[in-house]
Design a protein around this ligand. Structure first.
Ligand code: 9UX
Length: 68
C-alpha cells in the first residue's frame, strides 16, 4: 500500500470535501481518502499496482480543482 498527499487548491467547504472524496473513492485501487480543507491537502492510501498519481490528479481536476 502506498500513501500520497495531493495539494488541492480551491476546496473550501464540505461539499468540496465530499466531491473530492467520492471522485477519488471511485477509482479502483484507492483505499482511503482523508481531506483537510484547512490545509488544502488530500491524503490517499492506494494500491500502486491498480492506480497511479496521474489518475488521482485527473479525477480531482475533473471536479474542478487544481492539483499540485
Ligand atoms: Mo463549496 Mo467547493 O460552496 O468548490 S463546493 S467551496
Amino acid at each position: 500500500m502506498e500513501q500520497a498527499t495531493l495539494n488541492v487548491k480551491g476546496m473550501t467547504c464540505g461539499h468540496c470535501e465530499k466531491a473530492v472524496k467520492s471522485a477519488l473513492g471511485e477509482l479502483e485501487g484507492v483505499r482511503d481518502v482523508e481531506v483537510s480543507l484547512k490545509d488544502g491537502k488530500v491524503e490517499v492510501k492506494y494500491d500502486a499496482e491498480k492506480v497511479g498519481l496521474g489518475n488521482m490528479k485527473e479525477a480531482v481536476e475533473d471536479q474542478g480543482y487544481d492539483v499540485k
